[in-house]
Design a protein around this ligand. Sequence first.
Ligand code: PEP
Ligand code: MG
Length: 580
Amino acid sequence: MNEKKWQGIGASPGSAAGPVWRLPSLEQAGVQLSEPTGPLDSSEQLGRLQQAIVNTDQALAQYEEQVRSEQGEELAQIFAAHRLLLSDPAFTGEMELRIKERQLPAEKAARQVADEAIAMLSSLNDPYFRERIVDIQDVAHQLIQHLGAKNQNNEQFPASGQWIVVAEELTPAQTISLPKERVLAFIVRKGGKTSHAAILARTYGIPAVVGLNSGWNELSAAVGMKLDGTAGWVQALSAEELNHVQDKTKSQDHDPKQDTELEASRFDVILAANIGNPADRTLVKRFKASGVGLYRTEFLFMGETLPSEEEQVAAYEAVIRECAPHTTVIRTLDIGGDKKAPALHLPVESNPFLGVRALRLCFRDPELFGTQLRAIWRASAAGPVAVMFPMISNLEELRKAKEYLAAAKETVLQQGYTVGELQVGMMIEVPAAAWLAGKLAFEVDFFSIGTNDLIQYTLAVDRENHEVAELYQPYHPAVLGMIAQVTKAAQAAGIWTGICGEAGGDTLLAPFFMALGIDELSMSPGLLPHMRQKLAGLDQAQLEQSKLVERILDCATAAEILAILQVYDEGGHEYANKGS
Ligand code: PEP
Ligand code: MG
């Protein structure tokens, strides 16, 4: 076998080997726009476009509903946003205008407007807008298909068999419309771990490697492939090797929706869920999470209007009640960076991840922050709850945030509300906070390590930019060293530590986190069964005996660390001897 492994980004755990089906890229599938044979009737073209808009909207509404019932509200919003685009005057309105004013055929008007929007967004050096390009391509593509145009390359997914889907880029609609029970895995050239397709793959439990820039050309002729969606590598298989692949089915052989019932009984660790929408609380029960370790409240602020205090109380209480007796950790507003809130009309920043984000924004808008904190206090009467502050980089910020919290409590008590116990914690996601952990630990009840940002800020790698995706390394010695230092500082101060970034759901890192004594791992709900399974194969005493922490902290490169962690991925109990 050609042993060469091409490294991408592990976007959804599990491994697979099997035949490849290549999804035509949207450009390749570029629609054949036939030239009009006679004079065009603009009102007829307008009618065709409007009908196509209605049909596309119906199809998207179906996807939205399907995803809402299967996976929850947050993912359904991807399709809700696509439907909004269909009614955007700057998008479909402009297409109508061109049909009227330039007598264009409907397909051509749609293509032109979409191409111009894509060109405009590509020229902006903003990761958020770059991600939106895929959305525009997706919607335009569907619209043109509904106009009845033929794809030049209208291959359909094979009628039978199980396939690894290889795509230049994968849109949410493509992901959702494939027969997922026959998709072994996804391999995608573009996009990062947080792209919509990656999130969908994780929630559906389909292994995926994304951001596979290196090796793309070399792999272009491969008839089969093998991949590891946890470690993020891909290997080519020849036709002969493919015939010999014994296990062409997913080694991720359980449906993540069904709990494996494997309990992480040998560890005291709490396995919690990350959610972003009150409606996602149903996933907490479905995946048997022990509470919510990260409730991203930004979602409530992304609509056209800001949520009132009452609306926030209801949104927080609903989750707290569902999780009780387990704890819900509510993170205060983290708008800025990649997270937009149109209703706040914030100025565009050239470097939003380093700008007025999260607490920095809240301190500038005391009414916004105060309303949220009052709502959290009022909801605290509904069950066990904790609050945590994002993006803290110094002690003063933490103290100031706590002052706001104390003032909010005072106000709600004066208003006659009852409040419950509220643990107060902070995220460690800025390297400065990790460095200061020994001081910060004495002022909070817990730390929650936000590895998504901690990696980005430590390694100076934009978490959304696939051009530098290879440098975004969760296994980097500096990142794991910082996590170890933070955990030690927390233990010395007698507070608990959780991990709520993507690394928290990374089964490869689980032995390291267990050996460190991390108290809580919080992750996308769909990852919980994988984590339970992994933990069931580990043993604390053996981890200590094999001196895992020392060996990892002794490494100089991510590759060395990965090599150690992969030994622990083989399961069983032999690992104690293997790596030492
Ligand atoms: C993180 O940074 O790891 C985190 C959990 O927060 P977010 O991804 O919302 O920035
Ligand atoms: Mg963060």
